[in-house]
Design a protein around this ligand. Structure first.
Ligand code: PSV
Ligand code: MN
Ligand code: MN
Length: 431
């Protein structure tokens, strides 16, 4: 594996911060020991953590109003892979890349595989895109894709998903995530039941093309672009469809795809209980599908999601392996910095959830000691595990402070020269 940022620079950066980190680590280790927890075990856990980066996240996103291109934006999938390589090099927590087709489509599969190997990366779930029309496309998705009334449109959308599976298969991916924007803007526009019947019919065609060791993830979203009735609007619909479609079909929870104040951790618990939790798109939001950095608005919610995942992992054992991916859009920050920070926030929630004393919690719950039950979670959430995360990075060859190391490397400045700005890069993450 070759590093993109000079490894000497990273070593220099780490050397400067190392003694402070060791002091903080020793202090935290002592505190955790008094609570009966072993910091070394937690650091090993942190080193084993991975969350995949969305290829579309490394470009500057936008809103429905405007897009302001950032300096040095990647112009194609190979440049995106370089940026993903930097994120993994410095965080040591993002070995997976989630591709989006046709945004990331390439005829040179071997070169893409080679780029991944060079950066120590692999391909996580691939995503299909039937929410936009592509240049030269025969049928428009204006009135739906997998659920369209037109059989020709549906067939085209099914075929695109099959193409994604084939390309993903050639790249070593093991799952397809399907999100459709299909839905109605007005009451009466659709026969609500017929739309879901057509969705299931189309998805049967997609599922039948899955290799035996593949999964398909159904991603629900409350609204947008459809503003009255979205075909796959909620986890209930997603669960019902995944059940209809068989064991290879599971549900994907994008944290931003729910109404404000929805109890997402309970959705996670339900899907895990019934064996249908396929994976996540982590991000954060205040109002809708805001695609803000993970943990930037409601880190307690992220912790509570991981608290359910920790409970499920205990119950289900090794077999419980939902896919962890980020899905964010960066309009006012450097995408590489945001993605590194988000990966660390998700890793933080994972380690904080490992701090919960589950035996004590179960005891408090049995005793109806509500206050202590809540405190058992709060104590874990309040614990600053930053030294564990930094030590995990150091030991795995990453940077103690990834954003600082990235800034001092001059990577963005250098890319700004190599990759001249252009408006409207594809895969902008506007959706
Ligand atoms: C839709 O809002 C979504 O969350 C889906 O995951 C898409 O694939 C992604 O955003 C990219 O626009
Ligand atoms: Mn998503
Ligand atoms: Mn979204």
């Amino acid at each position: 594996m070759s590093t993109i940022i000079d490894s000497g620079l990273v070593a220099e950066h780490n050397a400067k911060l190392r003694s402070n980190l060791e002091a903080d680590y020793a202090a935290l280790g002592g505190m955790l020991e008094r609570r009966g927890q072993n910091i070394e075990q937690l650091t090993t856990l942190a080193q084993g953590f991975a969350v995949a980066v969305p290829s579309w996240g490394v470009g500057t996103g936008g809103t429905r109003f405007a897009r302001f291109p950032g300096p040095g934006e990647p112009r194609n999938i190979f440049e995106k892979m370089d940026d993903c390589g930097v994120i993994h090099q410095l965080t040591a927590a993002t070995p997976g890349v989630s591709l989006h087709f046709p945004w990331d489509k390439t005829d040179d599969v071997a070169a893409l595989r080679e780029a991944a190997t060079r950066h120590g990366l692999y391909f996580d779930a691939v995503n299909s895109n039937t929410f936009q029309d592509q240049a030269g496309q025969e049928h428009s998705y204006k009135f739906g894709s997998l659920t369209a009334a037109s059989a020709q449109v549906r067939a085209q959308a099914v075929q695109h998903n099959i193409d994604c599976i084939e390309l993903g298969h050639a790249l070593g991916s093991k799952a397809l995530t399907v999100w459709v924007g299909d839905g109605a803007n007005f009451p009466g526009q659709h026969n609500l039941r017929a739309v879901l019947e057509r969705y299931l019919d189309s998805m049967r065609g997609v599922v039948s093309a899955l290799p035996a060791d593949w999964q398909v993830f159904i991603e629900h979203k409350l609204f947008e672009p459809a503003f009255y009735a979205t075909a796959i609007a909620d986890w209930g619909t997603s669960y019902a469809c995944a059940t209809e479609l068989g064991p290879q079909a599971k549900c994907l929870v994008d944290l931003g795809h729910h109404a404000p104040n929805t109890n997402i951790e309970m959705i996670v618990a339900r899907l895990a209980q019934f064996g249908k939790l396929g994976g996540f798109h982590f991000n954060d939001s205040k109002y809708g599908d805001d695609d803000l950095d993970a943990g930037s608005i409601n880190p307690f919610q992220l912790f509570l999601v991981f608290n359910e995942l920790a409970d499920a992992a205990l119950r289900e054992g090794e077999a419980f392996k939902p896919a962890y991916m980020l899905d964010q859009s960066h309009n006012v920050t450097d995408p590489i910095e945001s993605l590194m920070s988000s990966a660390i926030e998700v890793q933080r929630a994972y380690i904080q959830s490992a701090l919960v004393d589950r035996i004590a919690l179960a005891h408090h719950q049995e005793q109806h000691d509500v206050l202590q039950s809540a405190q058992a979670l709060k104590q874990a959430f309040r614990t600053d595990v930053a030294p564990i995360l930094a030590m995990a990075r150091l030991r795995s060859g990453g940077a103690i402070d990834p954003v600082a190391a990235y800034r001092s490397s001059g990577y963005r400045r250098q890319k700004a020269e190599e990759r001249p700005a252009r408006a409207g890069a594809s895969g902008s993450g506007i959706v």
